[in-house]
Design a protein around this ligand. Structure first.
Ligand code: CAA
Length: 258
């Protein structure tokens, strides 16, 4: 497949697979990686042949955070004017689902990257943490906000204030990860989930992801109204007609948009 400076990129059927590839830096997220990753994800999102993406790292590290060596010397006006975190806003524009397959360290920006994805599947060796406080900063890619929403204030506050790591089992129990699997099965399990999603009718997939994401932004009443609009709108899709007809006729559906 396509090989960039910091990523390995392949297509596995309708699944786009991106492997973070800075092994000597435990996949620390430097500017090049951020640009390449958000660029490839935007390409996959626009590609009719792709229905879901998977981001993974190495067995030792999903990503050990933003690149401290690149950041350390920045001055405040430079950070503000460069706005070097803004590149990650690209995730908010993705309409197709992205799965994080996490093994080993997911620390700082690495934990935040996993949380930017739509769901996290973790190996039993995964370790999540927000150690920024030890560096004299706070999480900068949404960690203080997404961690609270994922695991609640008590555990999020403790992690952000102490920098302690959370093991896979605790992360699953707390609701940060969808599923924990043995390390040897991580990629296969993540790809299987991605293939399942990529085989679904795309208009419904896009609406489902969009509606679930609204739950973070809207009141319950507004969110339920938003969902109902999306639900009714899907009756305009050929895939709704096909999906329901196939169920009634007891045959497999043949979706047009997937
Ligand atoms: N940035 C730059 N380089 C990093 C890095 C990072 N975040 N994490 C690891 N590396 C580098 C190390 O400097 C080391 O490089 P050298 O071989 O050149 O010395 C190499 O990767 C291997 O790392 P270690 O030797 O430290 O490996 P270890 O197994 O002893 O420890 C670890 C692993 C506990 C993950 C440790 O590397 C570590 O604590 N890393 C930093 C974690 C961290 O603080 N992350 C938060 C970054 S700040 C941030 O992310 C801000 C934000 O929200 C935007």
């Amino acid at each position: 497949g396509e090989s960039l400076e910091t990523l390995l990129v392949e297509r596995r059927g309708r699944v786009g697979l991106i492997t973070l590839n800075r092994p000597k830096a435990l996949n620390a997220l430097n500017a090049t990686l951020a640009t390449e990753l958000t660029g490839v994800l935007a390409e996959f999102d626009a590609d009719e042949a792709i229905g879901c993406s998977v981001i993974t790292g190495s067995e030792k590290a999903f990503a050990a955070g933003a690149d401290v060596k690149e950041m350390a010397g920045k001055a405040y006006p430079q950070a503000l004017l460069e706005d070097f975190i803004a590149v990650w806003d690209g995730f908010a524009r993705l309409r197709k689902p992205v799965i994080a397959a996490v093994s080993g360290f997911a620390l700082g920006g690495g934990c935040e990257l996993a949380m930017l994805c739509d769901l996290i599947i973790a190996s039993d060796s995964a370790k999540f943490g927000q150690p920024e406080i030890r560096l004299g900063v706070v999480p900068g890619i949404g960690g203080t906000q997404r961690l609270v929403r994922a695991i609640g204030k008590a555990k999020a506050m403790e992690m952000v204030l102490t920098g302690r790591m959370m093991e896979a089992a605790e992360a699953e129990q707390a609701g940060l990860v969808a599923r924990v699997v043995p390390a040897a099965d991580l990629l296969a399990e993540a790809l299987k989930t991605a293939e399942t999603i990529a085989a679904m009718p795309l208009p419904a997939v896009i609406a489902a992801k969009d509606c679930v994401d609204r739950a973070y932004e809207l009141t319950l009443a507004e969110g339920v109204r938003y969902e109902r609009r999306a639900f009714y709108a899907l009756f305009a899709s050929e895939d709704q007609k096909e999906g329901m007809a196939a169920f009634i006729e007891k045959r497999p559906p043949v979706f047009k948009h997937r």
